[in-house]
Design a protein around this ligand. Sequence first.
Ligand code: ATP
Length: 300
Amino acid sequence: MQEITLKARAKINLTLDVTGKQPNGYHTVCMIMQNLSLCDTIYIKRIDKPVIRVKSNLEWLPTDERNLAYRGAELLKNTFPIKEGVFIYLDKKIPVAAGLAGGSANCAAVLVGMNKLFHLGLSKRSLMKLGLQLGADIPYCILQGTALAEGIGEKLTPITSGCPFCYVLLAKPNISISTASVYQNLCLDKIKKHPDTKQMLLQMQQKNIDEMGKLLCNVLETVTISKYHEIALLKQKMLSFGAKGTLMSGSGSTVFGLFTEKQKAIEAERSIKKEFGLRDVFVTEIWNKKQQKKERVRNG
Ligand code: ATP
């Protein structure tokens, strides 16, 4: 095999709780992660020259060691006796610096893809352990699906019952929030409302999207909403169009709404684009086992 094409899927957090702070400064979390249909496409090709070359459809995105896809390839090259090089093309659709783990998903796809291309024979668990060196979200991006993430995000429990299908409206305000600054500004003692993770898992299992909507909760909103009012306005707007619930994903700035009716999600998308003048607003879907099966059938 000389080349491989993979899909790197976006994720949202249905719940995000911060449970403490480790002596090394890292915060411990408890969160439910869920993939979306929205994805980047990652093409990887073996090349004779022992170099890593990254290109993407976004001209402004760094293609050197600042790019997580580059760093994934570099990590494998430094860890295993890979003599050749790789050319990586990132066709990016996931908004960047948006709380949707686009960079982490790209890195995960490179680790998975190069494992196959160079016959490294690494198990999923080994790849997840390696990926953790480059970021706390990367193990989840390798695991995929619906998962409970604890520790610094690396202790993963797959949720086998999965998440019920619904439409997900994403809207990214024109603000890029650094994850580090959100955590730095978080006052753990002042958080009044924490997510009820157990109840969310139960409602997911019962496929009760109405109840799931009410239980969406991300403690990092306490930091971002007070600074960026647009996040609250986007949430209100989505609810007025019939969203079952809304939330900021990860450390932001993307806001998402869960919809059971596609038409309502599309109407909300149109209205938000017009009223807020945002480019990154689109309707995607929960990526669950049914969706995966459908895609497998489509691809033969
Ligand atoms: P997370 O939810 O994991 O915190 P995010 O969705 O907030 O991630 P990313 O899209 O991963 O954010 O981008 C965060 C930063 O990573 C940006 O500053 C971006 O320049 C950098 N980055 C590095 N590699 C990539 C990549 N392949 N795709 C997108 N961003 C990348």
